[in-house]
Ligand binder design. Structure first.
Ligand code: PLP
Length: 291
């Protein structure tokens, strides 16, 4: 079957170019929307339960009208099969619906707008970066106070990544007003120091990353102890290893921060161990042994 970028808009399948949303959609006017990105391996959804739990939590936290997640997932699966995509992503966005622009929620509530977009993801470039490692650039974290909610209010992330890329970085590592590292613009961050794997404690400052969470469950098997810790930028720069974690990057070693080498300046043994553990876990799941 020919591969197509397909959209499913409020239950209706169409080529993505034909999917149109009214300008009064609150996703457009206010960024009043929640989203998720699933990774597809061989057409199967990786960590589906975890993504759905986070989607539900984001919707509930923002007091969205009830969304039937079974219907949503049927539509996601229908879109995946119709697209013919094996290795790819499924993007899901739910907005608070269409209503003339006024800040407070529409009363009575209007039906949410729901968009699913399935497209292929070519991992070639990223898999090269997993081998070589990447440079990151630090940026001030100017995002809103509820980064634990996966909302499309991403202007703070967009600005930070644009500035980091102009400075030659692959990702921007965000630093809050008190000098503590939070996360990256579209990745979680973990680091290794004092013989421990560490990461920012979960809270409103960071998105609870599904891949970070999964990796931390694998850590003990890989002989690693995890400790949630706050870290300043100066301390991060002194770590043995720093890693970016996420849905498409998986486990990506950081070689330099603002041009200064981290540890040896090359991917280290912890990165390699976690990359191997992650790869094995995906393979085992694909073989049907798990999930
Ligand atoms: C701000 C932010 N942090 C972390 C992540 C990683 O989350 P996940 O592992 O669920 O992909 C993302 C993913 O897009 C993100 O946007």
């Amino acid at each position: 079957m020919a591969m197509q970028i397909l959209a499913c808009l409020n239950g209706e399948l169409m080529p993505v170019e034909e999917a149109k949303v009214p300008v009064w959609d609150r996703g457009f006017t206010f960024g009043d929307a929640i989203y998720e990105v699933f990774r597809l391996y061989h057409g199967r959804i990786w960590l589906e339960k975890e993504h759905l739990a986070r989607l539900k939590r984001s919707l509930d936290e923002m007091e969205f009208p009830e969304v039937d997640l079974n219907v949503l997932m049927d539509r996601v699966k229908r879109t995946i099969s119709a697209s013919g995509v094996g290795h790819g992503t499924a993007y899901i966005q739910v907005t608070r619906g269409v209503a003339a622009r006024a800040h407070a929620f529409p009363k009575p509530a209007v039906p949410p707008t729901e968009v699913i977009i399935v497209r292929p993801y070519d991992d070639t470039a990223t898999s090269g970066l997993r081998e070589t490692g990447v440079a990151v650039i630090t940026q001030p974290d100017i995002r809103w106070g509820r980064c634990d909610v996966k909302s499309t209010n991403l202007l703070g992330n967009v600005i930070a990544l644009e500035h980091a890329q102009r400075a030659g970085g692959y990702e921007a590592v965000l630093v809050d007003r008190d000098g503590y590292v939070t996360e990256a613009t579209h990745s979680s961050i973990l680091w290794f120091r004092d013989g421990e794997l560490q990461g920012t404690p979960e809270g409103p400052e960071i998105l609870p990353g599904t891949k970070r969470h999964f990796l931390l469950k694998l850590a003990p098997e890989a002989g690693l102890k995890f400790e949630p810790t706050l870290i300043t930028l100066d301390q991060l720069k002194q770590c043995d290893e720093v890693l970016l974690i996420g849905t498409t990057i998986e486990v990506l070693p950081v070689n330099t921060i603002d041009g200064k080498p981290v540890g040896s300046g090359k991917p280290g043994p912890i990165a390699r161990k976690l990359q191997a553990a992650y790869k094995t876990a995906v393979e085992r799941w694909l073989e049907g042994a798990e999930g």
